[in-house]
Design a protein around this ligand. Structure first.
Ligand SMILES: [Zn+2]
Length: 191
């Protein structure tokens, strides 16, 4: 696999969340990398990780070409069965142990957006509302229901017969909205 969003930085100072390299659970799931025993590699920014899936998490090993592998890191994953089949998975942040659908790679470490205290983008709120509208439409398309019935936070499983690439493209707005949610909630409710 590969093709993860590559990291980037502001011209000055810290990156914003949107510019960071993220390990997204839903993408791993779509690539079959959450099935216990599965393994593969993920290029993230300039780094390449070997991923091995276990029952309750992933072992991530930094694998630079021509260099000895880095230390293996275990990231816990919690799986919750869904009412209509399948499951929703969450990473446990290695630092704060909170649940997230994506972890952020900063340097060579994975942690959550909150632990890294990544800055807001300006006009985040308006951005968020726009993202949510798009996410609801995407979810509605995948589930075959109306956008009003969708929350736009939780990508449905890949419909049978749909190409993985099409599915990955369709769920992008949902992933972006759910990434945005934690910061937006913190901003609105001061948590
Ligand atoms: Zn954390």
């Amino acid at each position: 696999m590969g093709g993860y969003n590559s990291g980037g930085h502001n011209r000055r100072g810290c990156p914003t969340v949107d510019q960071c390299t993220r390990l997204r659970l839903q993408e791993l799931k779509a690539c079959g990398l959450l099935r216990p025993g599965a393994s593969g590699t993920a290029s993230m920014g300039r780094l390449v990780f070997e991923i091995r899936a276990h029952d309750d998490g992933l072992i991530l090993t930094l694998a630079r070409r021509g260099a000895p592998p880095g230390p293996a890191k275990f990231v816990d994953i919690e799986k919750h069965a869904r009412a209509f089949g399948g499951f929703q998975g969450y990473f446990r942040c290695p630092d704060c142990r909170c649940r997230y659908t994506a972890l952020i790679l900063y340097g060579e470490r994975f942690s959550c957006r909150r632990c890294y205290r990544l800055p807001y983008q300006s006009q985040r709120s308006r951005t968020y509302d726009r993202l949510l509208t798009k996410a609801r439409k995407a979810e509605a398309l995948l589930r075959g229901i109306s956008p009003q019935e969708c929350i736009g936070m939780d990508p449905p499983d890949r419909p049978k017969g749909m190409h993985r690439r099409t599915y990955m493209r369709l769920i992008q707005p949902i992933l972006r909205a759910s990434d945005e949610f934690v910061f937006e909630a913190a901003r609105r409710f001061g948590v």
